[in-house]
Design a protein around this ligand. Structure first.
Ligand SMILES: NC(=O)c1ccc[n+]([C@@H]2O[C@H](COP(=O)([O-])OP(=O)(O)OC[C@H]3O[C@@H](n4cnc5c(N)ncnc54)[C@H](OP(=O)(O)O)[C@@H]3O)[C@@H](O)[C@H]2O)c1
Length: 333
């Protein structure tokens, strides 16, 4: 094969907001699979907020990147050469293959996807990690009951858009928090939420309070910051908060300090953090539910697709600022 590989490396650790110069795009020789290995062509790259955390020094729930490492990321890929009897040319897979055009793997940790089950890109979004995160956090931790009020942050994004729609399927009243007019309209008009609040509004606290006149039973938190702090004052006794992410604090050197945590005691709020990769045993059930909801038309999804691997840095920078609607992807080939 005469093609060359293309990779995006971590060039520098961001100090505050990530910028293009924190990445380096390099050409490299084609990787050569050895016995037991496969060569994969990455078709789509998933752009996820956790990538920003991995660019920092130290460790969070997983080991962070070193300078010069290929940026971490899940891709949807196809097998183009196989020396492993478990994989054949043309198989489509999802795995943590990184920000690069081609990758080799021994197959461990790869998930085969059936091309008939939906577009390949969907296996990085609604039928992949973000969709399963929404399913798990809402149903296993939030435990919605029909008639309850569910508030969803980053409501037009990959996880939030699915959370709100699953809550509607379970008969809840859903309030979506998103940034700007276009996104807030989207969550009501296209996703079917009952109400929206714009977290960029100067009257955010007043508008959020007005949107939940009976208080909050479940708050699905993906942002932390002032949104979480305000919601804590609006939670009903015995409410639930799946703590899924804190994007407010990822791209800054000044994390927000939550002030209203006493409400968790006064209202006996169940707050539970989770990392979806800990729950591999529930992925098949989650993906089966999500697929059947899509088939029956009660779950819908959007993708924002950036063209070419070279655009991956700007896609991540944009995601952290809120440029995406639905799942942010990069089309590699
Ligand atoms: N625990 C897990 O296993 C797990 C798995 C997947 C994702 N997550 C977390 O879930 C969250 C969402 O991930 P995603 O992939 O679905 O991303 P996403 O929602 O598709 O994109 C991120 C969105 O966050 C919003 N945002 C950024 N800064 C904000 C702020 N300060 N306040 C409020 N909203 C802000 C932006 O939307 P607006 O324009 O609306 O502001 C942006 O579009 C992240 O925190 C991520 O780390 C956790």
């Amino acid at each position: 094969m005469s093609d060359r590989n293309l990779k995006v490396l971590l060039a520098a650790r961001p100090n505050g907001a990530v910028k293009e110069s924190d990445f380096e795009v390099v050409e490299a020789d084609m990787p050569k699979p050895a016995g037991g290995e496969i060569l994969l062509r990455n078709r789509f790259l998933s752009i996820d907020p956790y990538m920003r955390v991995r660019m920092n020094e130290g460790r969070s729930y997983a080991t962070n990147l070193q300078i010069g490492d290929v940026m971490v990321g899940d891709t949807a890929a196809e097998v183009i050469e196989s020396h492993n009897p478990d994989f054949k040319i043309g198989d489509t897979l999802v795995g943590r293959l990184g920000w690069q055009r081609y990758a080799i793997s021994n197959g461990v940790g790869l998930r085969k996807v059936d091309p008939a089950s939906g577009p390949l890109s969907a296996h990085l979004g609604v039928l992949g990690m973000p969709g399963v995160t929404a399913w798990y956090g809402l149903l296993q931790i939030g435990r919605p009951v029909a008639g309850e009020t569910v508030v969803v942050a980053a409501a037009s994004g990959a996880v939030g858009s699915v959370v709100g729609q699953i809550a509607k399927i379970h008969g809840c009243r859903v309030v979506g928090i998103a940034g700007g007019k276009m996104k807030t309209r989207h969550v009501v008009d296209e996703l079917g939420f009952d109400a929206f609040v714009d977290h960029r509004s100067p009257n955010f606290v007043r508008e959020l309070t007005a949107a939940v006149p009976e208080g909050v039973n479940i708050y699905f938190d993906t942002v932390g910051g002032v949104v979480l702090d305000t919601i804590l004052t609006l939670c009903r006794p015995f409410s639930r908060i799946p703590l899924c992410g804190m994007i407010n604090d990822y791209d800054t050197t000044q994390p927000y300090g939550v002030q209203n945590l006493y409400s968790a005691i006064a209202n006996r709020i169940h707050l539970e953090g989770f990392i979806i990769s800990d729950h591999a045993e529930l992925w098949p059930q989650a993906i089966s539910d999500l697929s059947s909801w899509i088939r029956t038309g009660i779950l819908t999804y959007r993708e924002t697709v950036s063209p070419g691997l070279e655009t991956a840095p700007s896609a991540l920078i944009g995601l952290l600022k809120g440029d995406n609607l639905g799942k942010q992807l990069v089309q590699i080939t």
